[in-house]
Design a protein around this ligand. Structure first.
Ligand code: DHB
Length: 310
């Protein structure tokens, strides 16, 4: 039987799957449920300095193709998450803190605090699309590089960065090069496609309320955009900076596609929200079955091996 073990940024993962930050990971109960599931790691909801209640409801909607959300960063604040980390350790899998600052100093303060609290890695979120009046930080390359250099200087622990999709090749290459300069350990691709709009034609209105109905698109809708971002970053980064693929993973085959494009780890968002933490056992079995049928022993045999039509 093949195995799904992965080593990335100095950490060992029992398998390549984990939750995408945001999906069923806001409360301590939800985080323990991920710990008890077959997920290979626990990723915490993006934390801010102050607790936030988030945007008005309805703020999440799903259909057969995926989801749209404008949660608005509801979370109990980083100090509450720091206090939970020691209790999450009993699950014996990496605990990854996601950090959403509104200024550079906030990213630095939270990075230091999560390091001291025992987080195994920090995911720097430069890609939240849902705060009114704020742009997605990762679309400003200079600002992003400044944040990354400052957080890099504030911890020795593994640091990953979560990015929004880039719809052109050049900004993907430019950002990949900036990640090398900033000595970032991993890159999470992609966050939801920001500021999408889903319309209910019967009710003749948007399906979510915040930001005039605009929110981050996830699920099957976005898989081709995610795969393209993973593939381009892999061309520039190779094995030097591991890629965490996210976007449209609902089956083992979806994960297999991300891995072919170069993903070392993968995250599940919309489908976890829909199905619950039991999703991890299913997608792992599906991926193992696929690898067995194709004669692959380990993920390395698949990773980055995407071919092209003759
Ligand atoms: C939220 C959404 C995101 O895509 C993200 O990266 C962080 C927060 C939110 O709306 O809560």
């Amino acid at each position: 039987m093949p195995n799904l073990n992965v080593r990335a940024f100095g950490l060992d993962f029992a398998n390549c799957f984990m939750n995408a930050s945001g999906a069923r990971c806001m409360t301590e109960d939800e985080l323990h449920a991920l710990g008890e599931s077959k997920a290979g790691a626990i990723v915490i909801k993006s934390a801010t300095i102050e607790p936030r209640t988030g945007n008005p409801e309805p703020r999440y909607f799903e259909n057969e193709w995926g989801s749209i959300n404008s949660m608005g960063l509801p979370n109990p604040g980083y100090k509450a998450y720091c206090a939970m980390i020691s209790r999450l350790k009993k699950h014996r899998k990496p605990v990854i803190a996601s950090i959403a600052g509104f200024k550079i100093e906030e990213f630095v303060e939270m990075t230091k605090a999560f390091d001291a609290a025992g987080a195994d890695a920090m995911e720097i979120n430069l890609s939240c699309p849902n705060v009114a009046g704020k742009s997605q930080a990762c679309y400003d390359l200079d600002y992003s590089e400044e944040v990354l250099k400052r957080v890099r200087a504030s911890t020795q622990k593994p640091l990953t960065v979560k990015l929004s999709p880039y719809l052109d090749i050049a900004p993907r290459v430019a950002m990949a090069q900036a990640l090398k300069r900033a000595r970032i350990d991993g890159v999470v691709l992609i966050n939801s496609i920001g500021n999408a709009l889903i319309v209910d034609p019967v009710a003749e209105r948007a399906v979510i309320k915040p930001k005039d109905g605009h929110g981050g698109l996830g699920g099957a809708y976005i898989k081709p955009v995610a795969l393209a971002n993973v593939a381009t970053f892999y061309q520039t980064l190779g094995e030097e900076i591991p890629i965490v693929g996210v976007g449209g993973i609902a089956t083992g085959t979806d994960a297999f596609e991300h891995i072919l494009c170069g993903a070392r780890l993968v995250q599940v968002g919309s489908q976890l929200q829909k199905e619950g933490p039991i999703v991890f056992a299913r997608v792992q079995n599906e991926l193992l079955e696929q690898m067995k049928q194709k004669g692959y022993e380990k993920l390395e045999d698949v990773r980055g091996k995407l071919g092209m039509p003759e």
